[in-house]
Structure formats: C-alpha cells, structure tokens
Design a protein around this ligand. Structure first.
Ligand SMILES: Nc1ncnc2c1ncn2[C@@H]1O[C@H](COP(=O)(O)OP(=O)(O)OP(=O)(O)O)[C@@H](O)[C@H]1O
Length: 741
C-alpha cells in the first residue's frame, strides 16, 4: 500500500500548502494513516506504515534534532509510547545478556577495551603530573587566602552579618540586640571549639614534624600545597581535564535524511518535493549496530544508483564524515528503496574488529571462514568449498592482507591442503611456508612457471578427483561433491585444496605461460567447484588482458577494494554491478581493507577485511603447523619435502607433444596426440580433447591444419592435426628467446 497511496497530493480539501500529507498513526491499530493538516482520520487500513515527510521538512528554523510533529503525531523516533502493551507487542525483545557478555570473544574484547581505557587515562594524567603540580603551587596562595578568610568568617559568624546590618538599617533595635546576642554566643562556642581542636592539632603537627625526616616534611608540604591549590581553583577551570573526549553523534532523524537527499541536486527529487510527492519512510529510523538505519523510498523515477553516485554529497548533507555514510540498494525490493546506514564513527577510523582466530582456535574449511566485519560491525564469513575467490583493487588497498586472512584460516584447518604462489615476490605471505604444501614467491620466470605448473597439476588433480568421486559408492557421496566427511577420509585424497595466486596478473599476462595459465585456471574454476579444489586469485590490474574472461566470469566470491573506474569495478565484482550501485570507485585511499564483497552473502556487502599484522600472522602460522603435526597432515614444503621436480616444472606442452611425435611422423591427428599425451602424463592430460590441445598450443602460434591419416579400422581420413616441424620450430624459437624449458 505504501507505494500505491498518493504520497501527499491528495491533501484534504482546504489544507493550506505545506501543511498536508500523511503520517502514521501510532495508535495500537498501527497501520492506519493520518492525513496531517486536516485533523481528519482515514479509515484504518491494514498496511505498511508510511512515514511521509513531504511537507514536514524543517523550513521554519527548527533544529535538526527536534522531532517533526504534525497534528500531535511525531514522525521521528523515538515516539511517545501509545500504550505500553502495544509497544511491548510490536517491539523486538532485547537480548537477556548484554552483547559483551554473549561470547568469550565479546567479553575479551570488552575487557581489552576497559584495560586500554584505564591504561590510556593513567598515562594521560601521568604525563601531565608536573603541570598539575605547577598549577597547584600557583593556586596555593589563593587557596590559603580562601581558607583563612573562611576560618575567620566562621569564627566571627560572618554569615549572620547581613541580617544584623539589615536590622540596623531598619532601626529595629530589639531585633538587632537579639541577633547580636546570638552571634556572641556562637562566637564564644566556636572559639572554644577552635581552641580545643586547634591546639592539639598544632601540637600533634609540631611533634610529627620534629620526629620525622625531611622526606616526610616534603610529603606533608606537598599535601598541604595540593589541598590549598585545590581550594584556590577557579570554579570554571578544573585542574584535571578528561583523557577521553566523548564523540557526540546526533540522532539521525527523518528531517536530516530528507534535507540531505534534497541537497543532492537530483532534479527528480526536488521536482517531486515541490509538487508535494516525494520521500517516504517505510519503516522507522532505528539504531542498527553502532549507527542509525533509515529505510527510504525515493520519489518515483529516482534510483538508489543516483544516490550512490553522490555519496560524498550525501555525507555533506548529513553533516557526517564520508566513512560514516553507507547507502545501499535493497535488491529484493524496488530500485528506489534505499537503506541508508549512518555509522557513529568513520569506518576507516574505527578500530578493526579482531580476527576471531587470531589468538586461539582452529578452523573448519567446510564452514564459513571468518573474514572481516561489515559497516555495522557484524562479522562476515566466506565459504570456500564450491566457490572460488577473486580479490582486486588498486595497489596498496589491502588485497594481500585480505588474501592472508583466508590463507591463515585455511592453514588452521589441518585437513586443508594449501598452495601459495605470491607472484608479487614480497614476503607478505611468508608465514604460509610453515604449513603450506607448496610455497613460491617471486616475479621471475621460474616462479611464474612454477605457478603454471601448479595450475596444470590442479587441473590433473581435478580430473583425478572427478574419477575418484565417480567411483565412490553413492551412499558415501550422495550429492556428488566433496564433503567434510569425505575430506576426513585421508586415503581418498578428497580434502579441500586451496591454491592462492597473489598478483595473478603477472601469470596471466606472461608472454609464454599466460594463455595456457588462463585456460587452466578457467578449467579448474569450472570443474573443481564440487571437487574441493578452490582458487583464490588476487590482482591489482583487473582488465581484460590481465584477467581471462573465463576466470572473471566464473568466480563466485568477489572482493573489490578501491578501484578507479567502472570497468575494473565490474571486472572484479561482475557485470552490471556498477550500474546496480555496487561501486568500489566511491572508496577513498584511506579505506584500507574496505571493499565490496559479492557472493558471500545474498546481497553485496561493504566489508572491512580483518587485518592480521605480520607478527600475529607468524603466531597463527605456528599454531597451524602445530595442528598439522598433531593431525599428521604436515606435508610438502612445510615438512621439508622438495618442491615439484624441476623437470616437471620446466616441461611444457611443446616438450610433451614433441615427446609423443616420433621423427618418423611428420603430421599427426590432434586426437591421436592427446591420447598419447594422456598415456605419457596421465595426471596432466587425462580428459584432454583436441580442443584443449588447440588452446594450449595457440600461444606458440601453432594451429592445427588438415592432416591425412588412417583410423584404427584402416580407413584413411582428413582430420585436424599438428605438424611436427611446427613444434620443433616453436621449441627452437623459445630456446633462442631464453623463454625457459
Ligand atoms: N583490513 C585492513 N585494515 C586496516 N589496514 C589495512 C587492512 N588491509 C590492509 N591495510 C593496510 O594497507 C596496507 C597495504 O595492504 P596490502 O599490502 O594488503 O595492499 P595490496 O593491495 O596487496 O598492495 P599491492 O597492490 O601493492 O600488493 C597494509 O600495509 C596495511 O597497513
């Protein structure tokens, strides 16, 4: 009904412009709408509550924080409760335990915060102690003066002096005499008290002074000066200031949201507002995590993408830092439904939530792995089985750190086999050496070739797994895919195998290995999904040349940190994402580790990846290694085994094809060659068809032609095949150019 109702134009007759519209009835029969400006009630309608601020926006100098109240019905939360029972029925029950007591992690985090707070406060004041001392000394004479005047005033009953003066002025002799008598009595008593208390005190003080060493004298003097200094403090200038200045974040109200949306300069919004239609609120603005959430229906014709384009202006309109303002589309609603979440704190400035596995615990790679948190501070996890992950951004936005989170999580599951190819050549992922089966870092040809060999091996592994899975009894593998139960049966070799390729553009753009690598990666992504082989690819150059289309279109989980343009955005996040308002282009250079995550949850989500610094990563890797030693699964490079044989690493498709083409055969059918290749290296070539051979040889400029041959039955035929001489020439060229092999 919210969309079907006229927002405002159907004002009751006679309502002056700017006073009509609809606001929700918050009476127990919630759902009815009250036309404001008329005082009439519409019949109750069982519908969604619509908050319409078309004409309620502040144009009359009201402050932002004031509620918009029209005909006595407030639009902005919190609303005066119509009846406690109605409120209780409709309200969400607050959790019995406070959030910080609901898990050990939360409790630890709260305790850490408190300890940090105390430490900071203590340090803050400790540094200022000399200053405090100087101020106290400066104020002590005034304090002494105040103390003396106060004591003299008390002894002489100074407080009744005005009463006596009044009696004298009014010439009330008897009243004056009564007051004077009273004063004399008081002064007498007070003098006796002063002598009785003062003389022993002075005596005790003198004895102590004479009996104690100079250090104690100093302490006594310091205390005296301190007390006098405090007595001498001006009322408006306290000695000690607060160590933490609380950030006061204003409430998000409908007025503020409307004002911000109006300030975006979107013609349709302003036109709709002028005509009395416009912005409605399908739900009250509520607290959601450490911020406010407003659900907004934009005027007809305005889409959420229009708003996302102007996030910066929106932040200005809301008077909040950019990193606090996170507008989102609601993908299962209409294109004009906006969810605006406004955080109390800039996301990039807020401390990142600690990675739950940073200090203790192991992981289960068949369950979602903790990855980071969303803008609202809710944990975000990524499921690896049946997925592949692509991470992309401009240099330095936090790709490797995001990859490291997944890498260490995989390491913490002793059943998970991890291969790491850091083609950036830095030591960012070095901690993985302690538990990974394969670990290579470098940007030289040898490292890139090693990555290619890994992809070949992965492809062969996929083929092996497919056969292994097919041969399993159906009751063990009802869904035809690798499961935790199958992974636990070590002998089957169906555990999860996750291969990480950081800066994978260096592999895919390699003049010799690039094309084959692209084909292999696409195959592995497409075929390995259900077979427990997962690729995690990170690239800082997401364009058509650096990321094969087969790869960019097939990965299912995508994390895009800051990028420059629409092409890169859609390359990483998927086609039309930019158009749909999922724009990593709006992120700022300071938004390190923050990006859009697509595929891990139903809707794209803005996520801050957990940040694991190098010392912590080393400790996590130690735990991962220990867990593997205990489970008996430490293998490969982490167990000191030698990396794959150099012959294997340097052999290429050219060498293998030449190996199966004896000099006696000048031209051979492609199908014959792949059959021989499968015999030569079953692990690498089983399952290959003539098509794959064509793709694999294409980078070397070799394409099949028509070849006359004889089929097994003895019948001659013309089919597609390869000339041996082409292979020989390609190998010669490669050797001349120093291309390896
Ligand atoms: N989640 C995060 N939270 C806070 N800071 C982060 C986060 N991720 C990364 N950073 C910061 O950003 C810096 C760069 O991160 P990282 O090396 O992962 O970027 P990159 O995109 O891989 O860079 P390059 O493209 O050069 O490889 C880190 O040193 C760290 O200071």
């Amino acid at each position: 009904m919210s969309e079907n109702l006229p927002s405002t134009p159907s004002d009751p007759a006679g309502a002056p412009p700017g006073t009509g519209g609809w606001v929700p009835d918050v009476s127990p029969e919630a759902g009815s709408l009250i036309p404001y400006g008329s005082g009439d009630r519409l019949p109750a309608a069982p519908a969604q509550i619509v908050y319409d601020l078309v004409k309620a926006a502040p144009r009359d100098g009201r402050s932002d924080t004031e509620d918009v109240v029209v005909t006595g019905v407030p639009v902005n939360p919190p609303e005066p409760p119509p009846s406690p029972w109605a409120l209780a029925r409709s309200g969400a029950r607050r959790p019995v335990m406070p959030t910080w007591l609901r898990s050990w992690a939360a409790l630890r985090s709260a305790a850490r915060w408190f300890a940090g707070y105390c430490f900071h406060t203590a340090l803050f004041h400790a540094v200022r102690l000399p200053f405090y001392a100087a101020v106290l000394v400066w104020r002590a004479p005034r304090g002494l003066g105040r103390a003396t005047t106060g004591a003299a005033g008390w002894l002489t009953d100074a407080e009744t002096r005005p009463a006596r003066a009044t009696a004298i002025r009014r010439e009330e002799t008897s009243e004056y005499l009564r007051l004077a008598k009273l004063r004399d009595a008081r002064v007498r008593v007070r003098t006796i008290v002063a002598i009785a208390a003062g003389l022993p005190t002075i005596a005790a003080f003198t004895i102590t002074w004479m009996a104690t060493p100079p250090a104690v004298h100093l302490a006594i003097l310091a205390i005296l000066v301190g007390v006098l200094g405090m007595l001498g403090a001006p009322a408006d200038r306290p000695l000690v200031g607060p160590a933490v200045t609380p950030t006061k974040v204003g409430r998000l109200t409908a007025d503020i949201v409307v004002r911000a949306l109006e300030s975006l300069g979107i013609a349709e919004i302003n036109k709709a507002r002028r005509e009395g239609g416009g912005i409605t609120f399908p739900a009250p603005i509520t607290r959601d995590g450490p911020g406010w959430r407003a659900d907004v229906d934009l005027p007809y014709g305005v889409t959420v993408s229009d708003i996302l384009d102007r996030r910066e202006r929106l932040a200005s309109g809301l008077r909040r830092p950019l990193g606090c303002v996170w507008p989102e589309a609601v993908h299962d609603a209409h294109a004009g439904r906006l969810v605006l979440w406004v955080g109390d704190e800039d996301m990039s400035a807020a401390p990142a939530a600690e990675w739950p596995l940073a200090r203790r615990g192991t992981a289960d790679v068949f369950a979602p792995l903790p990855f980071g948190s969303d803008a609202r501070g809710r944990p975000v996890a990524v499921l690896l089985p049946e997925n592949n992950v692509l991470v992309g951004s401009l240099p330095g936005a936090g790709k490797t750190s995001a990859v490291r989170v997944l890498l260490l999580a995989c390491g913490l599951d002793p059943t998970c086999e991890v291969w790491v190819y850091n083609l950036k050549g830095t030591g960012d992922l070095d901690s993985a050496e302690k538990f990974a089966h394969r670990y290579v870092t470098g940007i030289d040809d040898a490292s890139i070739e090693a990555a290619l060999v890994a992809l070949r091996d992965l492809r062969a592994e996929v083929v092996r797994r497919a056969t292994a899975l097919k041969n399993l009894p159906k009751d063990l593998c009802p869904d035809g895919k690798v499961t935790r139960a199958l992974a636990n049966r070590r002998s089957l070799g169906l555990h999860l195998l996750v291969a990480f390729f950081d800066e994978c553009q260096n592999l895919f753009t390699h003049p010799v290995y690039g094309e084959e690598a692209g084909t292999l990666a696409t195959d592995v992504i497409k075929l390995g999904r259900a077979l427990g082989v997962v690729l995690v690819l990170a690239t800082q150059r997401p364009d058509a040349n650096s990321l094969p289309t087969g790869v960019s279109s097939s990965v299912s989980v995508r994390f895009c940190l800051r990028v420059m343009g629409q092409v890169e955005n859609d390359m990483i996040l998927g086609t039309s994402m930019y158009k749909n308002g999922v724009r990593a282009t709006t992120l700022r250079p300071t938004d390190k580790g923050i990006g859009y995550l697509v595929g891990a949850t139903d809707d794209p989500l803005i996520v801050r990846a957990a940040y694991i610094d190098t010392p912590t990563a080393e400790k996590v890797a130690d735990r991962a290694r220990a867990a593997r030693i205990q489970a008996g699964t430490l293998a490969g490079i982490a167990a000191g085994e030698t990396p794959p044989e150099p012959t294997e690493r340097t052999s290429t498709i050219l060498d293998d094809v030449l190996a199966v083409l004896p000099a006696s055969e000048t031209k051979v059918w492609s199908e014959t060659i792949v059959a021989r290749l499968a015999e030569l290296r079953p692990d690498a070539y089983t399952g290959w068809g003539a098509e794959q051979l064509t793709v694999a040889l294409k980078p070397y400029g070799i394409s099949p032609g028509q070849v006359w041959g004889t089929a097994p039955g003895g019948k001659g035929a013309n089919r597609r095949g390869i000339e041996r001489q082409q292979i020989v020439s390609a190998i010669t060229d490669r050797s001349r150019s120093g291309g390896g092999g």
